[in-house]
Design a protein around this ligand. Sequence first.
Ligand SMILES: Nc1ncnc2c1ncn2[C@@H]1O[C@H](COP(=O)(O)OP(=O)(O)OP(=O)(O)O)[C@@H](O)[C@H]1O
Ligand SMILES: [Mg+2]
Length: 448
Amino acid sequence: MKGTVLVVDDEKNIRETLKNLLEEEGYYVKTADSIESTKKLIQSEYFHTVLLDVWLPDGDGISFLSHLKTYLPDTSVIVITGHGKVEHAVRAIKDGAYDFLEKPFSMERLLLTVERAVQEVLRRRGEKVHQDELIGTSKPMLELKETIAKIAKTNINVLILGESGTGKELVARTIHHLSERKDAPFVDINCASLPDDLIEAELFGYEKGAFTSASARKQGKLELAHGGTLFLDEIGDMSLKAQAKLLRVLETKSFTRLGGTQVVHSEFRLVSASNKELSEEIKKGSFREDLYYRISAFVLYLPPLRERGEDIILLAQHFLDRFSVEYKKPKKCLTDDAKALLMAHQWRGNVRELKNLMERLVILHAGEEIKAEDIRVLLGINPLESYERLFQKDLKSAKREFEKVFIERKLREYGYDLRKVSKAINLDLSNLYRKIRQYGIEMDKGGG
Ligand SMILES: Nc1ncnc2c1ncn2[C@@H]1O[C@H](COP(=O)(O)OP(=O)(O)OP(=O)(O)O)[C@@H](O)[C@H]1O
Ligand SMILES: [Mg+2]
């Protein structure tokens, strides 16, 4: 699910066209035909984005905007204005609209605007709720919390290991927040996403003129982390060349910006994370042993969710409560059958998979009780039912939908490890990426 959208327009044709289009793209869409019906709807449902027509039978959309913003302060509102009505657009933006679309607009333009609007909300919300509490009462979780409390106040370098989605980043942030550095920055770098030629600029920063596009001095992440915590995520995916450079900095904590001569000193606490067995990588020769010893003065291992059964229901209920509040839905509980199903599931995507599932359940189910059947459908355990639905469509949409369900299921099966999925379904990585983007499949990378 890409996000939730409310379409407010008095014309039935437009409502339906936009609804179909946005649903095809993977949004959850509701429609309203007047200010009154919109008011009713937003009292019980949360929307990331509202598409608001200026002309409505019971008033004008722009005057209604401020009311809408008091109910949904985080929501991005896109106002649809008539052709040439510049004054409407200007007023809308002044009154807090995210953007406007002037009629007639192309579907492409619409989709692009909605996508940006939803991203903006997710980013804003992510910043606000950045500090999740570490939930769990299983023995390993209790031990983990105790250890974190002990080491947080020290300066020891910590390496966090565990499968994808087990909470490595959350643990890194928790360590930072419990440390005396909590008011200084927490700077995170995803090593897997940094190509070799960018890593130096990213880590060390550069002086104006260091290379053609360096139009001003830029501080690197190492410098930005001064006084705080530097989080090197997915460090197992760093190239050997980059590892060598990193090692040198960690030894001296001094460096020069690219194109500069001044030595910069930075004092930070290093926390690293990896979902790879680094000892295996060392044996294979793809991770430097000396770097390993430098970053791993203390190692924390996060066990997979399936090995801490007691936490599953606790976490599930925690996420249900949290999303019910967020999406303004009634509080939800799990039937005994549903609990049994959750306990038996493999959770290859760990806590992230559980969190995503609970979010979807909250959005899709109006009732207060979540049954095993509701979960089975979302986990794709009930293929017959989904096949039946496909036969209501034309061939093209049926193919698309099957492809989406297929990829979603494979992602879960392989713990959201794209390389493994790509190999397993014999589809090259770039095509897999493209389809994930195209279908708006949630990877929930980076939480939020
Ligand atoms: N014990 C927990 N209590 C509450 N929320 C949790 C817990 N563990 C993980 N989460 C949540 O689950 C999601 C995934 O966690 P996180 O991003 O920390 O995993 P990760 O180990 O860094 O995954 P990856 O290896 O894929 O980067 C986040 O939204 C996080 O807040
Ligand atoms: Mg992570």
